[in-house]
Design a protein around this ligand. Sequence first.
Ligand code: UTP
Length: 290
Amino acid sequence: MNVTKAVIPAAGFGTRMLPAAKAVPKELLPVLDKPTIQYVVEEAAAAGIDDVLLVTSREKKAVEDHFDRIPELEARLAASGKPALLASVAALAERVKVHAVRQAEQKGLGDAVYQAKRHVGSAPFVCMLGDTIFSTTGGAESPTTALVAAYEKYGTSVIALEEVPAEKVSRYGIVGGAMVEDGVIKLDRLVEKPTPEAAPSRLAVAARYLLTPAIFACLEETKPGKGGEIQLTDALQLLLAREPIHGVVVKARRHDIGNPVDWLKTNLLYASRDPVMWKAIEPMVRELLG
Ligand code: UTP
C-alpha cells in the first residue's frame, strides 16, 4: 500500500515557548524566513505525500490559515515580478492538499493522533511532530523518506530513531531490539524515559512515525498516562504486542523548536548554512565571541 497521507499534530499549548506561543502557534515560529511547520509539510511532500492533515485547536487557527491560498497576494507578487516570493507562498499548495481537524482538549500527543482516525481510514500514514524539523547535509535522506522506504520493504509500522548520549536517555522514549540491517532495528521493547541503567539502548524515538491504522484501536485502549495525557508511546507499546514494528536510525539532524534555546540554536545553524544570510550575520557573531 502506498503511503500518501501525513498527520501533523500541532494542537499543544507550547508552554515552554510562552509568551511567544500565546497568540502565535509555536509551529508557526520561523526558522529564518519560514514557519517551522512549513519545513515539516515540505518534508512530507518530498517523500511523496500529497495529503496532509493538521491537528490544530480553537486557539491555533493560524496554522490552517498559513496553508490557505491568498489570490490577491499571489496576483500582486506575480504582477510585480517576484517569482521567488510567489513560489514561497504558493508552490507547496500545488503539491499537497492540506486538511485540518481540531483536537477539542489538549489531552496529549496520543489523543491528537487519534483525531486523524476518520481522515486516515485504513491506510498507513506518517505522523510528523509539527514542532520538530530535520536538516539533511551531505545528501542524507529525510526521516520521512527513510520511513516510507522501510515500510515498502518490511510492511510494518516504522519509527524514526536517533542516537542520544547515555546521560540523556531519561528524557526520551528508548527502544530495544535486534539489528536486521545497517540502521534498521526490529523492536522488542519501547521504554518511556528510562534511567541510563534500565535503558535497552541509546536509540530514542525521534518525532517521525510511520503507523499502520492498527494504532487507532491501541489509542482507544490507552489510558491517560504521564501528566494525565494520552501518550503515543503507551499506544505504541500496545501496538508492539500485536504487530512487528521496525525502527530506522535517521541520518538527518533533529531540531526541536519547542523551547527558546533550541529554537535560537536552529536559527543560527540554518543562518550559518545560508551564504547570503551568514555574510550579514557572521561579523556580529565574531564580535560577540571576542
Ligand atoms: P510537546 O510534547 O512539545 O507538547 O508536543 P506541547 O504541549 O505542545 O508543549 P509544552 O510541553 O507545553 O511546551 C509535541 C507535538 O505534539 C503536539 C504539539 O503541538 C507538538 O507539535 N500536541 C501535543 C498536540 O497536538 N496535542 C497535545 O495535546 C499535545
